[in-house]
Design a protein around this ligand. Structure first.
Ligand code: UGA
Ligand code: MN
Length: 329
């Protein structure tokens, strides 16, 4: 048998080999091209990330300059408001603190003492505070285990924010000396009218006003006649000496310094947190200073933020497709 190839076979083989080489070349060029694309995309990502980090640094630097300028612009004759805010990690934390900060940034001579219910201060709260034009002190203390409610208990079963407020009080006692001012407990989920702070600014001992949407009522608080507290409007445990919400009063800093042992008692009976604390200053309702148009104007609302539903997030998480966790909310 003639084993040598026919010229036509050689031709076919040559064309096939040339095609193969072209295909291989094409594939290799394609993969080089896609590598180049990928590399470009990566550098663009890196560039955008660097740009956003630079932007954040610039924003905090501007906020710091504003704070320093504000400090120099502080009117020495204007008492400072020290607002103590306990806060804890949850889906709505950043939203609540953003709303608060955008109220507080309009208040002159204001110092925000933010105390996290955590082992240590978090980056998310720190970043939020540093970019805002507000003087602040950032602290953290985790609520003692014995004060925590059981998982199955409703949220009101134990007092909340007590260890945090007490740490804020201690910080004020140790750091603010010989300065006129008032102390106010501003929970992170309430809504505040900026006028409230001008009402409380010149408090001599303890000033009071009504709070809306609390105690199962449209409003709860002092009933005042001719600039004196006559009684209190409340629907629950009216025998309490001061049936007031934490957002319903402010205390002069000299009183805070004078009664150095007065702290909020985490062991107070439910609903007695505020009355027990106010009673520890030996104050009588006759000595309280009614504010907000003789306690007839609402300037603070006990708005509680609803816990958002995360049904879809959980479903996607189970599929390994949850939302990008590197995007802070
Ligand atoms: C009501 C009153 O308005 C509070 O002033 C009072 O402390 C509380 O009841 C109580 O009896 O202890 P409520 O709206 O039910 O408050 O409580 P939250 O707003 O959930 O908590 C009060 C503050 O403590 C908030 O600033 C919150 O961020 C903080 N908190 C809450 C913590 O620091 N840790 C927690 O685990 C929960
Ligand atoms: Mn609340």
């Amino acid at each position: 048998m003639n084993r040598s190839m026919k010229p036509s076979h050689v031709m076919i083989l040559a064309v096939f080999a040339a095609g193969l080489v072209t295909l291989l070349l094409f594939i290799s060029r394609c993969s080089t091209f896609s590598n180049v694309l990928l590399e470009t995309e990566n550098s663009l990502d890196r560039f955008l990330l660097q740009q956003s980090m630079l932007h954040d640094r610039l924003k905090s630097a501007v906020a710091e300059i504003d704070r320093v300028t504000q400090d120099s612009q502080q009117k020495p004759d204007l008492p400072t408001i020290y607002a103590i805010t306990p806060t804890y990690k949850r889906f709505t934390q950043k939203a609540d603190l953003t709303r608060l900060s955008q109220t507080f940034m309009h208040i002159p001579n204001f110092h925000w003492v933010v105390v996290e219910d955590a082992e240590k201060t978090s980056k998310i709260v720190k970043d939020l505070l540093t970019v805002k034009k507000i003087r602040f002190t950032h602290l953290a203390v985790k609520t003692q285990v014995k004060l925590l409610k059981k998982e199955s208990d409703p949220h009101w079963k134990k007092h909340r924010g007590v260890d945090q407020r007490n740490l804020g009080l201690r910080w004020i006692r140790e750091n603010i000396k010989d300065k006129s001012g008032v102390v106010y407990f501003a929970d992170d989920d309430n809504t505040y009218d900026i006028d409230l702070f001008e009402e409380m600014r010149f408090t001599k001992s303890v000033s009071v006003w009504p709070v809306a949407l609390v105690g199962g009522l449209r409003w709860e608080g002092p009933i005042c006649v001719y600039g004196k507290v006559l009684s209190f409007f409340t629907a629950w445990q009216p025998e309490r000496e001061f049936p007031l919400d934490m957002a319903a009063f402010a205390i002069n800093i000299d009183i805070i310094q004078k009664y150095r042992q007065s702290y909020i008692n985490p062991e107070s009976k439910l609903g007695y947190l505020e009355t027990d604390y106010l009673q520890s200053f030996n104050i009588k309702k006759e000595d309280m200073e009614p504010k907000a148009n003789n306690c007839r104007k609402i300037l603070v609302w006990h708005t509680q933020t609803v816990e958002p539903k995360m049904k879809q997030e959980k479903r996607l998480k189970a599929l390994g497709m949850a939302s990008d966790p590197s995007i802070d909310i």
